[in-house]
Write a protein that binds this ligand. Structure first.
Ligand code: 3H9
Length: 695
């Protein structure tokens, strides 16, 4: 036995308890302990074995930290087969989350009982893997092939009731896992049941696996793991024997283990958890968060208010006129109606959230009791400073005063108050009740408690909160400006906007930069460009086709025309032929000779621009770690999760090659393509961006 598994004999029953906090991951000690426990039980002459987990959960899966290292025996699939082959009656009692290898141990047990709150699933595809310890072979034998494809390729968690209906568990009982497990084993022994091996159950299928493979690959926008998992299930049906199916599953699992996507997705898994753990906040308490204020009820303010209400945080929203408050209410109710229709909230909850939980007012005095206010008014320093002056006058001492600005200097905003230590930037992304990213922008005088409260709000709203320092555009928009500019340069030099968009979506982004511009409204970026124009460096290349398009009044989807033409009732747009003329005019005016770009070059330049700017953002300390940048791009900008983020992508490509490309592009434009000093340093030292996360 190992410390991770304890063995206890109770009459005819051997009890194996897992204790490997926090989630009883199946690391090598747990696997060794389980194997030793089964062997001892057989040697002891008991009739049955009960397996359950101590603490908050049954096994939540293989130990992800072991992936990529040399595997140590006993391997999980062999352990599962050994458990199933035992002549004793093996029973698993599940609580918490039985996931991945955890559920695979349960499926190898002969009988399964669960508490009503237990959840189970095979989420390996979310890590770029597939079930590798019999999940693709045993689950379909219990649920049928179609249901197994649904569960395995989505990685979704199934609740106990559904699991019972599907035959994944045999019984649901309230209680603690040890008690319900022992009671169930006794019941089975009293009834004289026989050993029942899932792997020996028959399996039939009428599924077209090739069609399923194609469907799943397309749905995942190029993510391999769910599609490869379909082949594993296919092997369960088509292999000559159960063991041959297991062998095929193992081969496919090991193939996925070698992929870049597995590295990217596991990086995303750990980074998502690490991003909110800031060394500077260790031991710092956040302030109370019982009520929130929002200034401004436009799309952004209403979205922020909706997010707060959905997290059960009462909201006081301030607008300038009675008419504007009515419109703000309409927007919030519209958002909440959406949640009601999708079954996310009940009618009763909707009534509460639009009733007593929401106060709208034109008087700042209504904010006297709130713990935190987010200002979401027009992006103008004068307007914002005026609002913060009023907040200073009306909010209680200790209230956190936050600005949702997307590029203005939070230090300057804070200076409009007598309490800059309470001021922080909270940059939400639209629609704020749906998008997961929250940039928490730290100003010079922001206190640790204020910062901690910003992160606490992020957690409450179920957002991924990322710390950012102050610069134009903070982490995300600053990087976006760089890769968008790279895209425009390529178009000025001869690529078409539609080629760029196609390449970028082919990489896994939901949208390319030009379609995205149309969606966001080209006028927004146009205004920012006009704002930056006076201070623009003389060496900067400036494509003008974008301006020309906007000057013609074409702002994208909202005007029906931009880079694409949008027809009512049709999804997406078709290329706008006028754009090619504007580009040709721009090229003629700037004396540019258009050339062809291969798709590979388009992608490489787009990604190198992103990585180079991201490296500057980290090098300047705007982002503290490279994983912070990766999470911003994943959760705010649609970066494909299976590459882990731009800096993980760069690590996987090899930084030397990325830097070499940047330097080659710099030969024609050494202003835009000036290599980030941090990138040069990492290459010189033979280090990766991931090394910076470990410090
Ligand atoms: C697999 O099983 C492959 C097999 O088919 C075949 C093998 C041959 N390993 O999320 P939390 C850590 S693949 C190691 O904050 P929650 C996590 O990093 C695996 N560590 O809590 C965190 O650490 P820290 C299939 C793990 O309550 C701490 O535990 N299984 C693992 O919000 C708490 O986690 C999965 O994909 C792990 N497997 O959520 C399940 N899991 O405190 C992945 C967690 O240092 N896990 N940690 O930051 C989850 O989905 C959630 O963690 C879970 C708990 C729902 C379990």
């Amino acid at each position: 036995m190992t410390d991770a598994i304890t063995y206890e004999r109770i009459g005819d029953i051997a009890v194996l308890k897992a204790q490997n906090p926090p989630v009883n991951a199946l690391g090598v000690d747990v696997r060794r302990g389980l194997l030793a426990g089964i062997e001892q039980a057989e040697a002891d002459g008991v009739k049955a074995v009960l397996i359950y987990g101590d603490g908050r959960t049954y096994f939540a899966g293989a130990d992800i930290r072991e992936f990529g290292k040399t595997p140590l025996e006993p391997y999980l699939p062999d352990l599962c087969n050994r458990i199933e082959a035992s002549p004793l009656i093996v029973v698993s009692a599940m609580h918490g989350t039985a996931l991945g290898g955890g559920l695979e141990i349960a499926l190898s047990s002969h009988y399964r009982v669960a508490v009503p709150s237990a959840r189970m699933g095979l989420p390996e595809v979310n890590l770029g893997l597939m079930p590798g310890a019999g999940g693709t072979q045993r689950l379909p034998r219990l649920t049928g092939v179609e249901a197994a494809i649904g569960i395995i390729t989505s990685g979704r968690q199934v609740d106990a009731t559904e699991a019972l209906e599907l035959g994944v568990v045999d019984k649901i009982t309230e209680g603690d896992p040890r008690e319900i497990g022992l009671a169930y084993v006794k019941e089975l022994l009293d009834a004289g049941v026989v050993r029942r091996a899932t792997g020996e159950l028959p399996l039939a299928s009428g599924v077209d696996f090739d069609a399923e493979y194609d469907r799943v690959l397309k749905k995942g926008r190029g993510q391999l793991s769910p599609a490869v998992a379909v082949r594993g299930i296919q092997a369960a049906v088509e292999a000559d024997s159960f063991l041959a199916g297991m062998k095929r599953e193992r081969e496919l699992f090991m193939e996925l283990m070698e992929t870049d996507q597995r590295q990217g997705l596991i990086h995303a898994f750990f980074s998502e958890r690490a991003v909110s753990k800031l060394p500077e906040l260790k031991g710092v308490e956040s302030r109370a968060l019982n009520a929130m204020g929002v200034i401004g009820g436009g799309t952004m303010g209403a979205g922020i208010a909706t997010a707060a209400l959905l997290a059960n945080l009462p909201v006081v929203l301030i607008e300038m006129t009675g008419e504007a408050t009515a419109m703000a209410r309409g927007r919030i109710e519209g958002n909440l109606e959406g949640a009601l229709k999708r079954g996310k909230i009940s009618q009763e909850k909707y009534d509460h959230l639009t009733g007593e939980a929401l106060v709208l007012s034109t008087d700042y005095a209504a904010l006297s009791d709130v713990d935190l206010v987010v200002e979401a008014v027009f992006e103008s320093m004068d307007v914002k400073r005026d609002v913060f002056g009023k907040l200073d006058a009306h909010c209680k001492p200790g209230a956190v005063l936050a600005s949702n600005t997307s590029y203005l200097d939070v230090d300057e905003i804070a200076a409009a108050t007598s309490r800059p230590q309470d001021v922080v930037g909270l940059h939400f992304f639209s629609p704020a009740h749906i998008m997961k990213l929250l940039e928490v922008v730290v100003a010079k005088e922001t206190s640790p408690e204020t910062l901690a409260t910003g992160f606490a709000l992020g957690k409450l709203l179920k957002k991924v909160a990322v710390r950012s320092g102050i610069c134009d555009g903070f982490i995300g928009n600053r990087i976006m400006n760089a890769y968008r500019r790279a895209a425009e340069y390529m178009v000025l030099d001869g690529a078409s906007p539609y080629q760029v968009d196609k390449v970028v979506t082919g990489f896994g982004f939901p949208m390319g930069p030009f379609a995205m511009g149309d969606l966001a409204g080209l006028d927004i970026n146009w205004a920012a460009r006009k704002r930056r124009a006076p201070t623009r460096d003389a060496r900067e290349r400036v494509p003008m086709f974008y301006e020309m398009l906007c000057e013609g009044g074409d702002f994208g989807q909202k005007t029906g025309k931009g880079f694409y033409i949008y027809e009512e009732g049709k999804r997406g747009g078709v290329p706008n032929p006028a754009v090619a003329e504007l580009i040709a005019k721009d090229q003629a005016q700037q004396g540019v000779t258009a050339r062809d770009f291969s798709d590979e070059e388009v992608l490489r330049r787009y990604m190198c621009a992103m990585v180079n700017e991201a490296a500057k953002v980290v090098g300047e300390g705007i982002a503290q770690r490279s994983l912070d940048v990766d999470m911003v791009m994943l959760f705010g900008y649609g970066f494909p999760r299976f590459f882990g983020g731009p800096l993980k992508w760069a690590d996987i490509q090899g930084l030397e090659a990325v830097l070499a490309d940047i330097k080659s592009y710099a030969r024609a434009d050494d202003f835009f393509w000036a290599p980030a000093p941090l990138l040069e340093q990492l290459v010189a030292e033979g280090k990766s961006f991931d090394d910076l996360n470990k410090g």
